[in-house]
Design a protein around this ligand. Structure first.
Ligand code: SF4
Length: 381
């Protein structure tokens, strides 16, 4: 029996008491396979740009914590369904935040749990040190969870646990205690390719290989224009994208509700789209600031809300979209509203676009407004 095995068992028991759904342990060795994969990703330009640190820091735990010996990986399950979701109907269209943004920001919830684990260990081991990470740290939460046996890495790049499917949040803590590592679990995808087939942009370029630049979840978080070829694919989603998880057989029937913090407020995760276009900074912060999906501010979400209204061809949104087109100080929103008005295509929209084309000074916004006008030439004239 290794020196710290009793402590490991105590920590596992404590993790259950504080509401951690799964815990696994791995060494602090270099993530060699990941390193090779990241180098290819970098070469091919598949990164999102949200990654933190150099490839060495992202794959060599000892660079992040001197004396690193092992890594504790944790998973908390989140719900896949909400009770009594409000209906999105004509005249009252609603957007949708993806599941990973339901409830309280998971970064904070998981960090709190990891801090409790760190305190537990620091009270028992002299000279204990730790580095905690959730999503935004250098390490890949998924690579750690995979090696620690929390789940296997699916072709959709998500970690799939046998108990909770891939509807889990992940976090980890590098520590200077040499806990015995757990065994990884077997890959369970087999011949299935449902996620690859369902991805609307072809972002899953191969099993477990993602071109983040094409991933809809990533694109909902960018601040510029949504690439035109992807605008129609968003549907009513204003943040994130779940399709590659929804289609996965391992998620069938999985709906975990053991954490009050992750329970969605249906009115907020399905917000009325028209109102969302004119929400003030203060109201946005008050209402949505606690959600993971608010981290990039309201602009990308409002851009997506405009696209969702275009997707519905929601005529009752035309006055609100004209307000954005003519009054919003942000060119990306004016341009996107111009494009959307063209898609919706009422006479009022046409008049507004004709006026806007005379006044718009931003080159890209003007281009989008002209695209809006072209829809009339193609469809309505
Ligand atoms: Fe694996 Fe199929 Fe799930 Fe994709 S959908 S992650 S291929 S099991």
């Amino acid at each position: 029996m290794a020196a710290y095995d009793d402590l490991k068992q105590e920590l596992i028991k404590y993790s259950e008491e504080i509401g951690i759904d799964k815990i696994g342990f791995t060494s602090a060795d270099v993530f060699s396979e990941l390193k090779a994969r990241l180098e290819i990703q970098q070469e091919k330009g598949y990164q999102s740009g949200f990654e933190k640190g150099l490839i060495e820091e992202r794959t060599e735990p000892v660079r992040l914590l001197p004396g690193a010996e092992s890594i504790v990986s944790i998973a908390l399950a989140y719900p896949s369904r909400m009770k009594n979701p409000p209906k999105s109907k004509k005249g009252e269209r609603r957007g949708m935040f993806a599941r990973a943004s339901w409830g309280e920001d998971y970064h904070l919830v998981l960090k709190e749990k990891l801090n409790l684990l760190a305190t537990f260990l620091s009270e028992r081991v002299e000279g204990f040190s730790a580095k905690i990470m959730v999503d935004t740290g250098e390490l890949s939460d998924r690579a750690v969870a995979e090696r620690a046996g929390v789940g296997f890495s699916g072709k959709n790049c998500a970690i799939i646990t046998p108990e909770f499917g891939s509807y889990v949040y992940l976090g980890e803590m590098i520590i200077n205690i040499p806990f015995t590592p757990d065994e990884p679990i077997d890959d369970g995808c087999g011949e299935c390719t449902k996620c690859i087939d369902a991805c609307p942009t072809g972002a899953l370029v191969g099993p477990g290989q993602l071109n983040a630049q094409q991933c809809m979840a990533f694109l909902t978080q960018t601040k510029g224009y949504m690439p035109e070829e992807h605008r129609d694919k968003l549907g009513n989603i204003i943040y994130g994208y779940d399709t590659c998880q929804v289609v996965c057989p391992y998620n069938k029937g999985i709906d975990s509700h053991q954490h009050e913090e992750f329970e969605p407020d249906p009115d907020l995760v399905k917000p009325p789209l028209i109102e969302f276009l004119s929400i003030s900074n203060r109201e946005f912060k008050e209402k949505f600031g606690y959600m993971a999906g608010s981290w990039r501010g309201k602009k990308p979400l409002q851009r997506n809300a405009i696209l969702a209204l275009a997707h519905y061809k929601e005529k009752s949104a035309v006055p609100a979209l004209i307000d954005v087109l003519t009054q919003d100080p942000r060119p990306v929103l004016r341009g996107t509203a111009g494009w959307a008005l063209g898609k919706i295509g009422t006479e009022e929209a046409f008049q507004a676009l004709q006026k806007a084309v005379e006044k718009e000074e931003d080159v890209q916004a003007l281009e989008e407004i002209n695209k809006g006008l072209q829809f009339f030439d193609n469809n309505f004239m």
